[in-house]
Design a protein around this ligand. Sequence first.
Ligand SMILES: Nc1ncnc2c1ncn2[C@@H]1O[C@H](COP(=O)(O)OP(=O)(O)OP(=O)(O)O)[C@@H](O)[C@H]1O
Length: 463
Amino acid sequence: MTREILIIDDEADIRMALSGILEDEGYIVREAANSQEALATIHARRPSLVVLDIWLNNSELDGIGILEAIKHDYNDLPVVMMSGHGTIETAVSAIKIGAFDFVEKPFKSDRLLLIINRAIELSELRRENERLKVSAAVQSSLIGNSAPVVQLQQALDKVAPTGSRVLITGPAGAGKEVVARQLHQQSTRSNGAFVALNCATMHPDRLESELFGTESKDEDGETSIRIGTFEQAHGGTLLLDEVADMPLETQGKIVRVLQEQSFTRVGGDVEVEVDVRVIASTNKDLQALIAAGEFREDLFYRLNVVPLVVPALVDRRDDIPDLIEYFMDLSAKTNGIPARPLAQDAMASLQAYEWPGNVRQLRNVIDWLLIMAPGEGDEVISAEMMPPDIGSISPSVSSGSAGQEDLMSLSLRDARELFEKRYLEAQIMRFGGNISKTSTFIGMERSALHRKLRTLGISTDRN
Ligand SMILES: Nc1ncnc2c1ncn2[C@@H]1O[C@H](COP(=O)(O)OP(=O)(O)OP(=O)(O)O)[C@@H](O)[C@H]1O
């Protein structure tokens, strides 16, 4: 990642000398001679560090004033102060306001470089630490070895380092955000931030200020700035989650940002340049929305440079045991209780279930089982303990009274009837008593299922 340093000094000679030293170190250098230029450059460029002279001629604000403005709007931006006539008091007050360090002119370039490198390293470590705290709660590697997941991982490995835009599609809860995070982590931007914005949960009126930030002036004419997700993701990756829910007008603005890599904050007029990899995700059919006039075609083609499809959990049932093990350990650690093993029949029910809410639902069910299933310690969880909407799909095992031995002692007709009874009872329980869902799943007309239930004497009243 290239780092930019802004030198603020009214003496052109000093700026030039310093620029040379810093450029030799591999930094990109920008210069400002007064507070107006300095603050405009900071707003537009978001440098990694500022070197700031305390005494400035022809400047609205002196160095301390600029330092205060920087700490107000960009608290984590490190500032190294310099002065030709430094006094202990000014140095102390600069440090109190939040300057990283203070050097006196004339300075030795080695010492200044040491301070600058240390300041940048420390601020990057701090940011990394914040990011790790945030992402610790979120899984960022794909669990599963099924063919669809292996294929997805291979595509991901190829596209991640390219920096190309990616459109991730797949049903809700299937793991689109996990894929986006992994794209970021496997990219050359992994030291930068990963920022996700859910376009569906955000009120349309607030979406643009969230994306682009805001700029407003108070009564004294002081500008106050709130940066948006594009700026937060500068040098990193921005995930536009549920992008289909973005209003058309905002879509137009995103097209422009993708073209120019710059924008203005809401209420502002400074053009802010950013270097952001944009990834989008949706569970909707964007082509259909384009046909309906609800999604801009030009945005679709800009986002859909590389499409990645995350499969539904039912299309990769083989991964369910691995996911269960992973979520069981995670939930046990989070809740501070021992993980519990699953009996074979419990595993079979979970593997046979339809998972309309995909991996997210599976994760919730494992949390629920660990906390709510009867029994204690590391006692085995059996199929009867499943939540009602999942139920047992293995009636011969779970019902006990209709085990294989029982069936073997019956005539074919009675065995079939007993099996049908247990099977239907278990399926109805699995779908929470919902006859329509049960009939769809077992492939039987609703009216025929009702007749069958009457014949078998099965009550659908769950109370
Ligand atoms: N392959 C996976 N490995 C580990 N955890 C996963 C995997 N896929 C999904 N998860 C977990 O499942 C949950 C849902 O995943 P995620 O938020 O990525 O889904 P999504 O497709 O983005 O959902 P939505 O469309 O609702 O935004 C998260 O808790 C995530 O950690």
